[in-house]
Design a protein around this ligand. Structure first.
Ligand SMILES: [Zn+2]
Length: 302
C-alpha cells in the first residue's frame, strides 16, 4: 500500500514536470570597457576611445529541455566576426567594434559546435528565443535552419529603420533565407504576477516558459520566466543587466536607454516581491551557471 502511494506520487511529479533541465552553454569570452559594464557619466564615445580598463565577460546562451522539445534562449556569436574581414559590412562598424569589444573566440564557439559538445545535434533544436537582435545573441541563427526563431515585434521593427547597424543589429546576418523568424506580440493576462508588464507570451502554452517585454538595452528586448515545480523560478534577462547585482542596485550599464532600463528594473524587482525565490540570470554574468544549478536542484525526493 505504502509502496503504491509512493509510486503514485512519483508519477504525479513526473506528470507535472514540463522542464527537465536548464543548461548554460559557453559560447566564448570577450572583454568590454568597465564603463560599458558598470555605467559611466562620461559620454559613450569618450570611454570607447579613451577607456583603459577592460573587464572580461562570458558569451552564454541557455538550453532548456522542455517535454515538447529543446529550446534555446539566444544563439551566441558567430566566430566569423573575428575570422572574416567583412563580417561587418560597414567600415564604421569594423573600425568601432575592436574599440568596444575584444573577443576570445574560436570555431568551437559556433552554436552548432557548442551544442555538439553538449551531445546535441543542432538539428534537434525546435525553437530559439532571441532576447534581442545584437550579433552576440542572434549570431548562431544560420546554424539553426529548422528552428522557429522567436523575436518580439518591437525588436524586429528596428530592422526597418534606416541604420539598424548603428545599434549593432546586422541586417545581413538576420535577414537570411533559411531563418524561420516568428515575430511575437505580447498579449494581455489577468495573472496579477504580470500586471506591471505590457503583456506576456506563453511559449509552450503551459505557463512553464513565459516571455516578458523588458525594454531598455534595446527597445524590443525580452526576458524568459521559467517555472517548474520543485525549482526556484528563473528569469533569463538577456542583456537587461550584465550582472544580477547591478540590477538589484539600480546600476545601469553604459549603453541602452537609461530611463527605460530603470523602469524595467523596477518591474523586475516588483516581480521578485511576488516571487521571492526568483533567480535573475544575466547572459554575460559569470555567476549564471551557479545560480541556475542552485535554483534547479530538485528538492523533492520521495
Ligand atoms: Zn550581449
Amino acid at each position: 500500500m505504502m509502496q503504491a502511494q509512493t509510486v503514485g506520487a512519483a508519477e504525479n511529479h513526473e506528470l507535472n514536470r514540463q522542464i527537465e533541465s536548464i543548461r548554460v552553454l559557453d559560447c566564448g569570452q570577450a572583454e568590454q570597457h568597465a564603463e560599458h559594464r558598470y555605467g559611466s557619466r562620461l559620454p559613450k564615445l569618450w570611454w570607447v576611445f579613451f577607456g583603459r580598463q577592460w573587464v572580461s565577460l562570458p558569451v552564454q546562451c541557455f538550453l532548456i529541455a522542455h517535454r515538447d522539445g529543446l529550446l534555446l534562449f539566444d544563439t551566441g556569436i558567430d566566430p566569423a566576426i573575428i575570422s572574416e574581414k567583412r563580417y561587418i559590412k560597414q567600415a564604421v562598424g569594423r573600425f568601432l567594434l575592436p574599440r568596444i569589444f575584444r573577443f576570445h573566440l574560436t570555431e568551437i564557439h559556433r552554436i552548432d559546435h557548442v551544442l555538439e559538445r553538449a551531445g546535441i545535434p543542432a538539428s534537434d533544436i525546435r525553437k530559439a528565443v532571441i532576447s534581442h537582435l545584437h550579433f552576440d545573441h542572434a549570431g548562431g541563427i544560420a546554424r539553426l535552419p529548422q528552428a522557429d526563431l522567436l523575436v518580439s515585434e518591437r525588436e524586429w521593427k528596428i530592422l526597418s529603420s534606416p541604420h539598424p547597424e548603428h545599434e549593432w543589429i546586422l541586417r545581413e546576418h538576420l535577414e537570411i533565407p533559411s531563418a524561420k523568424w516568428q515575430q511575437i506580440s505580447f498579449g494581455p493576462t489577468d495573472d496579477p504576477l504580470f500586471e506591471e508588464f505590457d503583456g506576456i507570451y506563453d511559449v509552450a502554452g503551459d505557463s512553464s516558459m513565459i516571455l516578458l517585454p523588458t525594454p531598455g538595452h534595446t527597445p524590443g528586448s525580452m526576458s524568459l520566466l521559467i517555472r517548474q515545480e520543485g525549482w526556484d523560478p528563473v528569469l533569463l534577462v538577456g542583456d537587461l543587466t550584465y550582472e544580477t547585482g547591478l540590477l538589484e542596485q539600480d546600476i545601469v550599464p553604459g549603453i541602452g536607454d537609461k530611463k527605460t532600463l530603470l523602469a524595467t528594473f523596477a518591474k523586475i524587482r516588483r516581480l521578485r516581491q511576488l516571487l521571492p525565490d526568483l533567480t535573475i540570470v544575466a547572459s554575460h554574468d559569470f555567476a549564471a551557471e551557479e545560480a541556475i544549478s542552485r535554483s534547479t536542484k530538485l528538492d523533492k525526493n520521495p
